[in-house]
Write a protein that binds this ligand. Structure first.
Ligand code: ADP
Ligand code: MG
Length: 385
């Protein structure tokens, strides 16, 4: 009982000693703390220092953290506004603690009495640091989130504009392209077999590549042809046919193709669109293998159906795709190629999602695999927009 009384008496003495020492503590703290002279809250900082010391006395009397939370919230807000980094902020709190302790050291309290008081003051500053850091990081996080959101919105606006621009160009290109192609064929037929044949080959292949790019732009803008009604298809045949079209390119690049395609997989979908997906992915694989001088270049195409779900896997043994590219690979305009449009895979994703399926990619140092999952039958036909 006696000890308890002594203890509360001592606490009261300590609390009022700190109240009286407030001006000197604040003064010492201001001399050593890192505060910029043009801090917009300079006056507030002095007031906050005084409040911080006042609260120590309050805490010694009643150990309740709610006032600490209120004050540190206010200060953290100001520090964020003043654009002060967290290191400086914490350094100033720690410096405050050492000023208080040094003033107590010079006091006439006896050591034994003081040790318990020091414990309480340390607890106070621990709580003070904890709430300051928590509030500061919470505010910083929300600022970062807002900025990210803003950047994303800007990015998607830009993509929309680019997409519309690209699509209208592509649309204008389509008709002249068709007529150039027709006349090219006429001239080719009229020319005798000669050295010009080689030039026709180049012209035709360049025309084809232009056509491919134009049709991808058009798909993105949804200005598509009329032949995109969904029908019952034989996916197995369609896959084999697509590989056949690419046969000359595969041969030229010395790529072995391995297929494991279940016979007669049924699919309700738009033939030209599914072909386009397979072509885009296989062409990317060919381009990757051509970039990368390796032996045993190989593309594997697997397709199977199981209980109404179709799984198509197209893989190649090229380089591993870096993880940050894997994350954005299906977004438009993402390309690592000098002349790439970055549209191929975004068109694939749109087509597959329209067919109520999913497309994903997995890549490791041994192989890269694109996986497409589709339902055999889409409930109400392919989604119309
Ligand atoms: N099989 C693959 N192996 C490695 N990288 C690939 C593969 N397929 C696609 N990529 C990467 O994804 C990017 C986007 O592909 P895509 O959308 O088809 O556009 P583009 O072919 O015009 O670059 C490519 O530039 C390439 O970096
Ligand atoms: Mg491509």
């Amino acid at each position: 009982m006696n000890v308890g009384l002594k203890e509360s008496e001592f606490k009261e003495q300590l609390a009022s000693f700190l109240e009286k020492s407030q001006p000197i503590i604040v003064e010492k703290w201001l001399i050593g703390a890192k505060i910029s002279e043009d801090d917009p809250y300079y006056e507030e900082i002095i007031k906050n220092g005084k409040r911080t010391v006042e609260l120590i006395s309050r805490y010694i009397r009643v150990q309740d953290e709610s006032w600490i939370i209120t004050l540190t919230k206010k200060i953290a807000n100001e520090r964020i506004e003043a654009n002060v980094n967290i290191g400086e902020f914490i350094a100033n709190i720690n410096f405050g603690r050492s000023v208080v302790l040094s003033v107590l050291n010079e006091s006439s309290f006896n050591r034994d009495e003081l040790s318990e008081g020091l414990q309480i003051i340390n607890n106070y500053f621990n709580a003070y640091s904890y709430h300051s850091v928590t509030e500061y990081t919470k505010l910083k996080d929300s600022i970062i989130q807002d900025k990210n959101k803003f950047i994303q919105e800007m990015h998607s606006d830009r993509l929309t504009i680019l997409g519309q621009l690209g699509a209208s160009f592509a649309h204008e290109f389509r008709n002249p392209l068709t007529s150039i192609k027709g006349f090219l064929k006429l001239i080719e037929d009229e020319c005798e077999a000669s050295s010009a044949n080689h030039y026709f080959e180049i012209l035709n292949s360049e025309m084809k590549s232009l056509e491919e790019k134009v049709s991808q732009f058009l798909f993105l803008s949804k200005m598509r042809g009329i032949d995109d009604r969904p029908l019952s298809l034989n996916l197995s045949g369609l896959l084999r046919y697509t590989i056949e079209i690419l046969y000359p390119r595969l041969l030229e690049s010395n790529i072995e193709v391995e297929t494991e395609i279940m016979p007669d997989i049924p699919l309700f979908g738009v033939e030209e669109q599914i072909k386009q997906v397979i072509l885009n992915i296989v062409i990317n694989s060919i381009e990757e293998l051509n970039e990368n001088i390796i032996e045993n270049r190989k593309i594997t195409l697997r397709a199977q159906e199981n209980q109404g779900r179709i799984i198509i896997e197209i893989s190649n043994n090229g380089r591993e795709i870096s993880s940050h590219l894997v994350e954005s690979i299906f977004q438009p305009f993402i390309s690592t190629k000098k002349l790439g449009t970055g549209l191929g895979l975004s068109v694939c994703k749109q087509i597959i999602e329209k067919h109520e399926g999913m497309i994903s990619v997995q890549s490791n140092p041994q192989r890269t695999t694109f996986v497409i999952e589709l339902p055999v039958m889409v409930d109400k036909g392919v989604k119309e927009e």
